[in-house]
Ligand binder design. Structure first.
Ligand code: GUN
Length: 283
């Protein structure tokens, strides 16, 4: 049976460290503030944004929430971002994705000041990640690296397969594993012999978004399996991409869903917000 990688425990540890830093900043008279923009009424996004507020409250970070109607125009959204960019009391800005279809996501992400870009989605920050010289990392890949570190999972020279090539997870994840000296393969919908490629992985990371996508025949015995998916199974329950019941018999370590990557993503947003505040105050 695989050992469970407990994302809630690692997140609690990481958030504890972030809370200490917030306290230290507060003692210097500095408040830490995260602004979150939500456009429209996507139910999942509404839950995610509410969770971010809870995390901020827990850590002593001031949270400002901007819930805008579905029909918000580009001009209105860019104007709000401009105001938040200029507001020295705001350290981090996050615009919850996905945006309604009429809004240009690329333009919106480019409008957020790279210094306040706690998602690390701005092209300047993406470029810095490529070069291995960065202030912010996207929260999900950063959270996964923290978990690997916490459990002392060695990445040096290991074969890592990432399934999924999104800008939010797959691509930056692959880059971070590369920086950690893994040999990295990125798989996607056109990959041939997917199962065979995945079976080579010492560390298999799935970010596909389909329940049951990773079956046990895709896992090398003893591999570490990281499940980024957050899906609803046929029974309506929350589940990842990995067929967990079968995978835990093959893998050496595995992240559950819920309680794996998800809590880490939330924790890393808090860390990025603290980092932004420190940078902006020259600390
Ligand atoms: N929607 C789903 N995941 C994310 C994320 O990490 N950041 C933002 N801004 N929106 C998301």
């Amino acid at each position: 049976m695989a050992q469970i990688i407990d994302g809630r425990a690692v997140a609690a540890y990481v958030k504890g460290k972030a809370a200490e830093q917030v306290k230290t900043l507060n003692e210097k008279g500095i408040e830490v503030c995260l602004a979150v923009i939500l456009v429209g009424n996507d139910p999942a996004s509404t839950v995610y944004v509410a969770n971010k507020r809870k995390d901020c409250d827990q850590l002593g970070i001031v949270s400002k929430e901007y819930a805008l109607p579905e029909e918000t125009t580009m001009e209105e959204l860019l104007s709000l971002i401009d105001t938040l960019n200029k507001d020295s009391a705001v350290n981090g800005i996050l615009c919850q994705l996905p945006l309604p279809r009429h809004l240009d996501e690329t333009k919106v992400l480019e409008a957020i000041s790279p210094l306040k870009d706690v998602d690390a989605f701005h092209p300047e920050n993406v470029g810095r990640i490529m070069m291995g010289k960065y202030d912010f990392l996207p929260c999900t890949p950063a959270g996964i690296m923290e978990m690997l570190d916490y459990y002392k999972i060695d990445t040096n020279g290991k074969d890592c397969v990432v399934i999924g090539r999104s800008n939010i997870v797959g691509k930056p994840m692959a880059m971070l594993m590369l920086h950690s000296n893994a040999t990295v393969t990125i798989c996607h919908s056109r990959t041939k012999n997917l199962a065979e490629v995945c079976r080579r992985a010492d560390i298999l990371i799935s970010a596909v978004g389909r329940a049951g996508f990773v079956t046990s025949d895709m896992i090398k015995p003893g591999a570490v399996v990281i499940d980024v998916g957050i899906n609803r199974g046929e029974d309506g329950k929350l589940c990842g991409d990995v067929d967990y019941a079968a995978a835990e018999k093959v893998a050496s370590m595995i992240t559950p869903v819920p309680g794996g990557v998800g809590p880490m993503t939330r924790a890393m947003l808090m860390c990025n917000t603290v980092t932004a505040a420190k940078k902006q105050h020259g600390i």
